[in-house]
Design a protein around this ligand. Sequence first.
Ligand code: TYD
Length: 134
Amino acid sequence: MSLIKLINLPPLGDERGSLVSLESNKSIPFDIKRVYYIFGTKSGVARGFHAHKKLKQVAVCVTGKCRMTLDDGIQRKEEWLDSATKGILIEDMIWREMHDFSDDCVLLVLASEHYDESDYIRNYDEFLKGVNNV
Ligand code: TYD
């Protein structure tokens, strides 16, 4: 299965401009329990560097851009999030890093679970052990 799972979020445009609607179990393939957004990221800062045991997320840059790196323990792939109509699905047990945030980047994240620090794997070696069931 492909590591990079893009979700097309078609804009509902009219002469006034654009609107994107995100709905649980429609364009977003889970029940949305939490929404957060990352903005004002300082130049040169990279974020993420963790995986989740259970959580699934969809991320979309509603303004600006950043480079998303995903790693399933076997392969590592990158995707520029550079459009308000381009979502990326991040499944459970996927290591993610976000790099090269533009100054104006607002990264919107929809999450399948409430915040739970115990769901995080913040150590890459521990992540690899989890992927390999060691
Ligand atoms: P973290 O997930 O480490 O951010 P990133 O992966 O983007 O680098 O979260 C940063 C801090 O914010 C961390 O202390 C946990 C806290 N946090 C919450 O309290 N609730 C949330 O929903 C999220 C995503 C983070």
